[in-house]
Ligand binder design. Structure first.
Ligand code: HSE
Length: 412
C-alpha cells in the first residue's frame, strides 16, 4: 500500500482529492498497487468534509512519517511551499506540484535535490492546467532540439479577452466571472499583469533549452493596457489579440517574453478562446506540434496533479530526462536587442506629418482602419524593428503625438 499526502485544500487541492477518489480503481490498476491519501494538510477547518479524519495542520507529521512516499504540494506561492518541498525531497519523498511560482523560481535547485536523493519532483500541472506538456517535452519530443515555444498560457486572460471581444463585456465583469469559475490566481494581478504566463514560459523554456530561465530576466507585459479601440483595429488586421508567452533559442542564449500580441487569423493560436490554452512547440525533427486544452480550473489542473502522483508512485528511481541546469541572467537576451513588428495607435494633429515621420524611421507601414475612427487617430503596423531603437523612435514620435496603443505583431 502506497501512502500519500496532499498539502493544501483550495481549488486544486480539493480537485486533486476528488479526482483521486473518483478514479481510484483505475489509478490502482495503473500503479499496480493499492494507494491512499493518509493526510491532507490545511490550516482551515474542514470538520464537515467526508475526509475530515485525514486533515492535519502540522507539516512535520507528513515530513516525519516514513509511510509517506509521495506528497502533492498544491498550496501555491513560494512560502512556505519552498521550505516544505525542499525538506520533503531531502527526506527522500517524491513531490508533485501545481505551483508554477515555485518551479519558475526554484526549479533548478529542487530538480537537483530530487536527483541527489533519487526521488522525483514532478510539475505537470504547473503549465497548461490539464494539457500534457511537461512530460511530452522531456519524453515524447526528447529526440528534438526545441527551437521555439509560443503559447497562450493563461486561462484567465484568454477568458477575459474572449468575453471582451466576442460578447462586449467589460474587463471587470469578465475578471469577476473568471474568479468565480476558479480560473484566476488568489491575486488576479498575477494573471492580468502577465506574471503567471511569465512563470509558465520560464518553466517551458528551462526544460526546452536545458538552462533555468528566471522570471526576473523576462520582459513581461499584461493585458491591462489593451483598449477596445485596439481590439477593433485588430479586426481590420484580421486576427485576434492574445497574451502570448514565447521563447526562442538564439545560439547559446534565449529570447523570452510575455506580451499581448496581434496574431493573424492564419495562426492556430488566434482561434484559441475562453479558458483554453494552446502551446506551440517547434522541434527540429517534428516541426510544429500544438498542445491544446483547458488551461485552468479545478478538475483539469487536478487531472495533471493526480497523473503526476501516479507516475511518482510507479517510479522507483529519479526521472533523468526531467532536468535543467541553473544559469544566470545573461542567458536571456536583453529585450532591446530583439526585433519585432509593432502595431501603433496614435492621436495627433497632423496625420500626414506623423505618417511621414513613421515611414522615415521604420519604412513602409500598413495603415489600419476601424468603424467610427476618430479623425485625429491613426493606427498602423510596422515591419520588424529593433526594440531598443524603436523605444527611442517612439520617444521622438511622442513629442508630436499621443501614443495610445503599442502592441507587438507576432508571426506564430
Ligand atoms: N490563473 C491561472 C490561469 C491558473 O488563469 O491560467 C492556471 O495556472
Amino acid at each position: 500500500m502506497i501512502k500519500i499526502a496532499v498539502m493544501g485544500y483550495g481549488v486544486v487541492g480539493s480537485g486533486t482529492v476528488e479526482v483521486f477518489y473518483k478514479n481510484l480503481d483505475n489509478i490502482e490498476k495503473k500503479i499496480g498497487d493499492k494507494i491512499d491519501i493518509k493526510y491532507i494538510l490545511d490550516l482551515r477547518d474542514f470538520s464537515d468534509s467526508p475526509y475530515k479524519d485525514k486533515f492535519i495542520k502540522d507539516f512535520n507529521i507528513i515530513l516525519n512519517d516514513p509511510e509517506i512516499s509521495v506528497v502533492a504540494e498544491v498550496i501555491g506561492g513560494l512560502n512556505p511551499a519552498y521550505q516544505y518541498v525542499k525538506s520533503l525531497l531531502e527526506k527522500g519523498k517524491s513531490v508533485v506540484t501545481s505551483n508554477k511560482e515555485l518551479v519558475a523560481e526554484k526549479g533548478a535547485e529542487l530538480i537537483k535535490t530530487a536527483r541527489e536523493k533519487n526521488v522525483n519532483f514532478f510539475f505537470e500541472a504547473s503549465v497548461g492546467g490539464g494539457i500534457p506538456i511537461i512530460r511530452p517535452l522531456h519524453h515524447c519530443l526528447s529526440a528534438n532540439e526545441i527551437n521555439e515555444i509560443a503559447g497562450i498560457l493563461n486561462g484567465t486572460t484568454n477568458y477575459i479577452l474572449t468575453k471582451m471581444i466576442d460578447e462586449g463585456e467589460s474587463f471587470e465583469a469578465a475578471l469577476t466571472q473568471a474568479q468565480k469559475l476558479g480560473y484566476a490566481e488568489r491575486d488576479p494581478s498575477a494573471d492580468v499583469e502577465g506574471a503567471d504566463a511569465c512563470r509558465k514560459i520560464c518553466i517551458l523554456a528551462s526544460l526546452a533549452f536545458g538552462k533555468h530561465v528566471y522570471p526576473s530576466s523576462v520582459h513581461t507585459e499584461g493585458i491591462t493596457g489593451i483598449a477596445a479601440e485596439d481590439i477593433q483595429y485588430c479586426k481590420d488586421f484580421g486576427g485576434a489579440v492574445k497574451l502570448i508567452g514565447w521563447a526562442s533559442r538564439k545560439g547559446n542564449n534565449a529570447a523570452v517574453m510575455v506580451c499581448p500580441a496581434f496574431i493573424a487569423a492564419s495562426s492556430q493560436l488566434s482561434s484559441v478562446n475562453d479558458v483554453f490554452n494552446a502551446i506551440l512547440v517547434r522541434g527540429d525533427a517534428t516541426g510544429d506540434v500544438i498542445f491544446y486544452g483547458k488551461g485552468a480550473g479545478k478538475l483539469p489542473t487536478a487531472s495533471a496533479v493526480v497523473s503526476d502522483i501516479i507516475m511518482a508512485a510507479k517510479m522507483d528511481s529519479n526521472s533523468k530526462s526531467l532536468y535543467w541546469n541553473d544559469s544566470d541572467k545573461s542567458f536571456v537576451l536583453d529585450r532591446k536587442s530583439l526585433e519585432n513588428k509593432f502595431y501603433l495607435r496614435l492621436i495627433c494633429k497632423d496625420k500626414n506629418e506623423i505618417l511621414g515621420a513613421a515611414e522615415k524611421m521604420w519604412g513602409k507601414v500598413k495603415i489600419l482602419h476601424r468603424d467610427n475612427e476618430n479623425e485625429n487617430e491613426i493606427a498602423f503596423i510596422t515591419d520588424k524593428v529593433n526594440e531598443g531603437r524603436f523605444d527611442e523612435d517612439c520617444a521622438v514620435i511622442a513629442e508630436k503625438a499621443q501614443i495610445k496603443g503599442k502592441i507587438r505583431v507576432l508571426d506564430y
